[in-house]
Design a protein around this ligand. Structure first.
Ligand code: NAG
Ligand code: NAG
Ligand code: NAG
Ligand code: NAG
Ligand code: NAG
Ligand code: NAG
Length: 403
């Protein structure tokens, strides 16, 4: 079965359209990876190979952790139960199609907006937009009626940039302020979204103390969204991790103030958080607002660098939850580590944890007393894709192919 997929992928003249499948297959089959030459894909970048092998290792690590974790519990959710991949998703993945977007006119469409318009509402297939290099100055909204869309940059070393510069105080079509919600260059309201090799950007500048400058590069309001090797550039409020289950792998995220925010339930693995803070700011503003809400950001194997002085998080919601594990923190991280955003009542409610982090910013001795140095047991729920229910929707090939 695996071989058949690989072979059919290679025989397809539109090889790139099948890249994603190949990928998924490779993730589960190291053996095939070894015996197969990538040069036939015209994509010999060593970067790409590094990424694939990183993912393979990561997948193995993750599988081992999952096995070890059958007893883990997360909130009130029953655990140990192996969940099957979502049926709708499985159907969509078995019925894929792709559309090419190229600015030089050689593709199906010259911009992303037109390509999205071509997809029928209530879409039930995986539709991959194969996007060529270039700067796409477009405001993109993927509505709820368009689930299963993938944006894929066809050249990993020259990813397409989707850019804009709307701010919260800018005015919308109706003349009213856009607010942070509508400032996003790209807004994903659909479920099952995937992006690979895409740069999301909001170029509006940030001036300390000015109001209405929130300017998101992306807002993700749909659930079960995954981002691989993407980058997010903005200043204040770059990545609006609004709500739903989200996965970020090997991504670069840059901003100045609260640049990862919202009440998503998200795992950031192997990501680089680059602070552009001019003075003192916070990397995250997590908005979990009650103790039963499935919401929180987990950063694993990440890097925190850049400029200014930063808190790892400040409490936007009373029950704000953020965990950093196995991450490198440069000396830009303030010794206190975390901020209650001026409300001491939150000390007993927030959940701010650190586990096995390193670097000059990771010294726990100066942390606020209500921050947690997590034990192995406490850290476990946060350090695998089970944190985001990945079993049921992250497209790991073994699940898709075997069922
Ligand atoms: C997309 O391309 C079409 C056709 O060239 C053009 O009419 C339209 O204005 C473009 N849209 C955007 C957002 O660039
Ligand atoms: C990908 O982009 C790089 C950098 O711009 C370029 O050198 C390379 O030729 C591109 N690869 C393909 C297949 O177009
Ligand atoms: C936003 O971008 C547009 C188009 O490039 C430009 O005309 C405008 O001046 C920019 N606005 C700001 C505030 O940078
Ligand atoms: C907690 O928040 C969730 C999501 O907003 C909501 O559905 C639930 O009713 C809230 N529970 C309480 C006790 O407020
Ligand atoms: C952590 O900080 C404390 C107090 O500043 C200092 O005494 C200690 O040596 C530091 N630990 C490490 C490992 O740098
Ligand atoms: C590991 C990997 O494939 N990284 C690529 C991700 O995309 C950037 C472009 O933004 C490439 O330069 C990297 O090589």
């Amino acid at each position: 079965m695996l071989l058949v997929l690989v072979v059919s992928a290679l025989m397809d003249s539109k090889i790139h359209t099948q890249l994603i499948i190949l990928f998924l297959v490779l993730l589960s089959e190291t053996v095939i990876l070894k015996s197969h030459s990538w040069s036939s894909l015209e994509r010999s970048d060593s970067d790409f190979n590094n990424w694939v092998s990183w993912n393979v290792r990561n997948y193995q690590k993750k599988t081992a952790l999952e096995a070890e974790m059958t007893m883990a519990k997360l909130g009130n959710r029953p655990s140990g139960k192996l969940k099957k991949i979502d049926v709708r998703l499985r159907k969509a993945e078995l019925n894929k199609m792709s559309i090419s977007v190229r600015q030089d006119g050689s593709g199906d469409f010259a911009n992303i907006t037109d390509a999205l318009i071509s997809i029928l509402p209530r879409n039930n297939r995986r539709v991959t937009l194969m996007i060529g290099p270039g700067v796409y100055r477009e405001k993109i909204l993927i509505p709820r009626t368009l689930p299963f869309v993938t944006l894929l940059g066809t050249n990993a070393s020259d990813p397409p940039t989707i850019t804009g510069n709307d701010t919260a105080s800018g005015s919308g079509k109706d003349g009213r302020p856009l607010r942070t919600f509508q400032s996003a260059t790209v807004a994903i309201e659909a479920d099952y979204f995937i992006a690979v090799n895409v740069k999301f950007e909001n170029t509006a500048p940030h001036t300390v103390g000015r109001r209405g400058e929130q300017a998101a590069a992306i807002r993700i309001s749909g659930t079960k969204a995954a981002f691989y090797n993407c980058s997010f550039y903005g200043a204040q409020d770059t990545l609006y991790d609004h709500k739903g289950l989200h996965y970020f792998n090997n991504c670069f995220i840059q901003g100045s103030v609260d640049f990862i925010f919202g009440y998503g339930m998200s795992l950031y693995e192997n990501c680089y958080l680059n602070s552009m803070a001019k003075k003192v700011a916070s990397l995250t503003a997590q908005k979990r607002t009650n103790s039963t809400m499935a919401s929180g950001f987990s950063f694993k194997d990440c890097v925190v660098r850049g400029r200014g002085q930063v808190y790892l998080g400040r409490a936007w919601g009373d029950y704000s939850r953020v965990v950093f594990s196995y991450s490198f923190m440069d000396n830009i991280v303030l010794p206190q580590g975390w901020s209650d955003w001026g409300d001491q009542n939150r000390h007993l409610k927030v959940y701010y944890g650190e586990y096995k982090c390193g670097g000059p910013g990771a010294n726990l001795s100066g942390r606020v007393p209500w921050a947690r140095a997590l034990t192995d047991e406490e850290a476990k729920p946060f350090i695998g894709t089970y944190y985001i229910d990945g079993d049921s929707w992250l497209i790991t090939p073994s699940k898709l192919i075997n069922h």
